[in-house]
Design a protein around this ligand. Structure first.
Ligand SMILES: Nc1ncnc2c1ncn2[C@@H]1O[C@H](COP(=O)(O)OP(=O)(O)OP(=O)(O)O)[C@@H](O)[C@H]1O
Ligand SMILES: [Mg+2]
Length: 276
């Protein structure tokens, strides 16, 4: 369902967000993405929704090659992937109901059907009583539920939740994880980025651990015969091309000045890429 192969993301000023990562996530999996601040978790999410292009490597979602995907098809990709953003991105001047109905409005769903679907999803995440309040009137846990509801509203196949337990107390954090787990049990693939070691340890799910843009651990046990087959199939590594679209990304980002003050590319990263 999701396949990243030898993916690197180098930002405009030379910072490496990701350095040659490869992993696949199957339909229906629940995966924790862990690693310290700056290790590349959010960068993976941004690449998966084509908010930006990888510098190198291939990303395939549901057989769609995201490097080649025409921009006009990106809205369709975003229907497949619901995102709970690290900073939530809720609109402060709209009610909870209005925030959640927005993706349906944009998708052109009629008013009656949209209203029904919003009610349904609000019930599902347990915040129906807050439907007419504004985000400022809700607690952290309720806001996370709102963001999850908005991510669910287009019935996506995949949910990406970026640090959804960040500012919450332990009990509320567990409620959110349980909610995501229930969503997963309903068949939705879930990838959750988190710093919450306790939850990760107790949930017994696959854990992909990042450090400085590389995968340092992927706790997924595959049957031995499958590993051997993969070794046989391994192709010699080709010299990597830098994607043209990523160059445009970098240019845009440098123009926006987003990279200012970020650390420069390290020799280690440069070397690692050259070795490939
Ligand atoms: N637009 C950008 N321009 C330049 N560097 C960036 C940009 N976005 C991210 N980075 C850098 O890429 C690296 C990975 O960032 P990312 O946001 O993916 O980390 P993260 O694992 O999500 O961290 P956190 O746990 O703090 O959310 C960091 O060094 C970060 O400074
Ligand atoms: Mg992040």
């Amino acid at each position: 369902m999701i396949n990243l192969e030898n993916v690197s993301k180098k930002f405009g000023t030379g910072v490496f967000g990701l350095s040659d990562i490869t992993f696949a996530v199957e339909k229906g999996e629940f995966v924790f993405l862990v690693g310290p601040t700056g290790s590349g978790k959010t960068t993976i999410f941004k690449l998966l929704i084509r908010e930006m292009y990888p510098t190198q490597g291939t990303i395939v979602v549901d057989s769609w090659d995201l490097v080649k995907l025409p921009s006009k098809q990106v809205p369709e990709l975003r229907k497949k992937i619901g995102v709970v953003f690290q900073d939530l991105k809720l609109l402060t001047d709209r009610t909870i109901f209005e925030n959640i109905i927005l993706p349906l409005d944009i998708a052109g769903v009629n008013e009656e059907e949209s209203g029904r679907r919003v009610e349904e999803v609000l019930e599902r995440v347990g915040i129906i009583e807050h439907r007419d309040k504004f985000p400022i009137q809700l607690s952290g846990g309720e806001l996370q539920r709102t963001a999850i509801a908005r991510a669910l509203i287009l019935s996506p196949d995949i949910i990406l939740a970026d640090e959804p337990t960040g500012d919450l107390d332990e009990a509320t954090a567990w409620d959110i994880v349980k909610l995501l787990s229930e969503i997963n049990e309903g068949g939705t693939t879930v990838i959750m980025a988190t710093h919450n070691a306790d939850i990760v340890k107790k949930m017994d799910k696959r854990i992909i651990e990042l450090s400085l843009g590389s995968i340092v651990n992927d706790k997924k046990t595959k049957p031995k015969h499958k590993k051997k087959e993969e070794e046989k199939d391994e192709k010699p590594k080709e010299k990597k091309e830098v994607h043209e679209e990523a160059r445009k990304d970098d240019k845009k980002e440098s123009e926006k000045g987003e990279d200012k003050g970020k650390k420069p590319i390290t020799d280690e990263f440069e070397k690692a890429l050259e070795e490939e």
